[in-house]
Each structure stands twice: as C-alpha cells, then as structure tokens.
Design a protein around this ligand. Structure first.
Ligand SMILES: *Cc1c(COP(=O)(O)O)cnc(C)c1O
Length: 415
C-alpha cells in the first residue's frame, strides 16, 4: 500500500522526540507562509529568539554597556559555552569543542596542528572529490612546503595510501556534500590509528542532523559548519573538536592573544592556553555568536539519539514518497538507501536537476542542486514534518507531469 497523507500525519504524531521537540520545533521562525524549506544543508532555519538575542547585544551591550560588556557579559566565553551546548550532538565532551572562525580556517588550523604533532610524517591524505575548500586549504599548506598531498579516489584506497607509513593526517568529509554518502567513522578511525596517522573529520553535513560519536569512535580532530543544520545563522562561526589526548601536544598554527594562557596579562611572549583554548585566535564574533546562542538554547534540550531516529523517519519517508509518486520519471536516488550510510540531505540524480530545483523554489518548495545533476533535499530534524514532505512531493509530481519545469526561465544557473 503506498503511503498516504493520513499516514504522514500519523508518522508526525508518533515521531521520535515529538513530545520534547514539539517545543523545539515551535522554537523556530516558520519563514514565509506557504513555503516549505528543504535547505538545511545550505542554511538552517532561524530560531525565534535570534533577533531578540542580537538586539540585546546591540542595545544593552554595544549601545549602553560599551566597554564594560567585555567584563560583564559573556562575550569572551562564548566560543566555550556555545561549543559546550552542541558537544553532545557530535559525541564530544563539553570542554573539547569550541565555536569560532570558519570551517575552512579551522581546517587550516587543525591540519597544521596535526602536521606539527606527527612530524616527521608530512603527508595529508584527501579524497579527490572532497568539498573544494578543504582541498584548497590543503593545497595552500603544501605550497608552503609544509606537507605533501596524497589523493585517494575513495576510502577503499585508504589502506594503500597509509601503507608507506608517512601519513600525518587523513582529512575526510563525514558526509559527501553531493551524494550525502556517510563514511564509517569508527572503522576508518581504527584503520587510520593503526597506521600511526591522525584523523580530521569535516562534519558540515552531519552535525545537527544525525548522531555522531567523535569520542567513542576515537576521532582525533574535527571541524564543522555552524550555519547549516546547527542553525547558527548566515555566516555563523564554525566549530572545532580536538581529542583531549592531543589538546596540549603542540603550539597552534595561529598563535593569537585569545589562545594565550593568560590573554589579559599582555605578556611579551606567547604561551599556549590549556586544551582547546589555544585554538582561539582573535576576538570572538560577538554579534554572530548572539545569533548562534539562540540555536544553542534549543540544542541543549535535544537528545541526539532521538534526533537521529527522527531524521531517519523523515528521510526514509521522503525516499518512499519519491519511489511511489515519481517512479514514472528518471529520478535516480543518488544517496544510500540505508540511513546509517546517509547524512543530512537526500540527493537524486536527474538530467535537468538545476532547472527542476528552480521550478520547485518557484512553487515554494526550497531545495537545491549541485553540478552536474544532483537534486538535494536538506531535511532538518527539528523543523521538517512528514506532512511537509508529502505536500512537497505532490508539487514535484505536478511539475514533472506538466513539464513546466522545462520553462526557459528556470534555465539560468543557481547558487
Ligand atoms: C559548507 C561547508 C563548509 C563551509 O566552510 P566555511 O569555511 O565555513 O565557509 C566546509 N566544508 C564543507 C564540507 C561544507 O559543506
């Protein structure tokens, strides 16, 4: 029996976390009426309290308290407190996570840190088709003769890449930004550690969507995006994780005053701060952190196991609806069918994905596409409902049936 609208409503009523997160779901701005958002892989929904939090910093902090804010408000602590608020989502201890800078900058900091610790090993292993910024950052380090790069086509080539015994760090995306394929973090960490190398994970497409076990899987280092599933706001600071066994192992690559052991002693020489504090560089982005803190307040109450189960129920439902409603059209599931092997979004291959995505956006179903032919549906476990999925797939089906997605106005490229 194909899934019906009534089934979807039923699934919403019984979804994991429903009682605890009916509240959290209400904690978000619904956006434009009549619009359905499947773009959490690009920018997560806005917590309702974000404008108020920012307004308080602007008025109470900047306009009124001014210089006293540095002492009286929590501005300098936020990289730590925000990190602690999301640590459970990535399976980390609260003191091992910081919210700061961007994913790319943190990637640079931690690649360099791994190279320092692992010297004289100097090889960085990367997947050839990794998210471009991750590759560019590594290329820049190699250009300064600080490392050599070794590319693998996929992780099945990893044992061979590790075999020479010269690998310092293996930098992997936990979830592929196009296909949403999720890697086996525990298994790969074991293989990397056995070869005497370190792991650096990019969690941009998994953090806030599915359960992650950094500590239990013995991951060494991790970074991830703050503005996607974590809902930290446009251009939100990213997060970084350092396993405690490494946190006092070397100087950070960028030694700044916020990472000094005693910032306000204004000592002449640098002394690295304790643990992950040393990876802070300059003054925190106070306004951006105010927006992030609205999301942090919601995340504190979320159980990561229920989050994962709810995301599973939603994305399995989406795949089932595609299978049942859109079988007549050449949409091919590009993501793994098994939730344990998928990240935050679900992707389909479709010849004309960009035009179809734009036609969907035009009808109020906000999805995205990636070259050459991926149609991506970013499902947010705190705000997406099964009923929304039903409605969106009906819109998709109508576009395919009528062929109106082939209108020339949907032919321009889309970000
Ligand atoms: C979105 C994303 C980033 C973001 O990097 P920024 O430096 O924060 O802009 C990094 N890595 C991956 C895999 C991403 O998807």
């Amino acid at each position: 029996m194909p899934l019906t609208l009534a089934d979807c409503i039923q699934r919403d009523a019984h979804a994991p976390g429903q009682t605890s997160w009916a509240k959290a779901g209400d904690g978000f701005d619904p956006g434009t009426p009549g619009t359905l958002y499947f773009d959490a892989n690009s920018i997560g929904p806005m917590p309702r309290t974000a404008p108020l939090k920012m307004q308080m910093v602007l008025q109470g902090g900047w306009a009124q308290a001014r210089r006293r804010s540095w002492n009286e408000l929590d501005w300098l602590d936020q990289p730590r407190t925000l990190g602690a608020a999301i640590a459970h989502l990535i399976g980390a201890d609260t003191q091992d996570v910081r919210v700061t800078d961007t994913t790319s900058v943190n990637q640079y900091k931690l690649l360099r840190y791994a190279l320092r610790i692992s010297a004289p090993r100097r090889v960085i292993v990367l997947e050839r088709q990794v998210f471009p910024s991750n590759r560019y950052v590594a290329e820049g380090i190699a250009r300064d003769h600080l490392a050599e790069l070794r590319f693998i086509n996929d992780v099945s080539d990893l044992p061979e890449a590790l075999a020479p015994g010269d690998v310092a760090v293996v930098a992997l995306s936990h979830v592929d930004y196009r296909s949403s394929a999720r890697l086996d973090m525990a298994g790969l960490n074991q293989c990397i550690r056995a070869a005497g190398a370190m792991s650096l994970w990019d969690l941009s497409h998994s953090a806030g969507a599915v359960a992650i076990a950094l500590r239990d899987s013995h991951a060494d280092l991790a970074v991830g995006c703050g503005y996607k599933y974590l809902c930290g706001g446009p251009g939100a600071p990213a997060f970084m994780y350092v396993h405690p066994r490494w946190s006092d192992a070397a100087w950070p690559a960028i030694a700044g005053w916020m990472g000094h052991a005693d910032t306000f002693a204004f000592e002449a020489d640098y002394r690295p701060g304790a643990g992950a504090d040393r990876f802070l560089v300059g003054t925190p982005a106070v306004l951006a952190n105010a927006a992030f803190s609205a999301a942090a307040d919601l995340w504190r109450a979320v159980d990561p196991v229920e989050l994962d189960q709810r995301h599973c129920s939603l994305t399995d439902t989406l795949i089932q609806l595609f299978d049942e409603q859109c079988a007549a059209w050449p949409l091919r599931l590009a993501s793994p069918r098994n939730h344990a092997q998928r990240g935050g979004h679900v992707a389909w291959q479709f010849d004309g994905a960009s035009a179809l995505a734009q036609a969907l956006v035009d009808k109020g179903v906000v999805v995205s596409s990636r070259k050459p032919d991926a149609l991506r549906w970013g499902v947010h476990p705190l705000t997406t409902t099964h009923q929304q999925l039903w409605t969106a797939v009906q819109v998709l089906r109508q576009l395919l049936e009528s062929g109106s997605w082939q209108d020339p106005r949907f032919a321009r490229p889309m970000v």
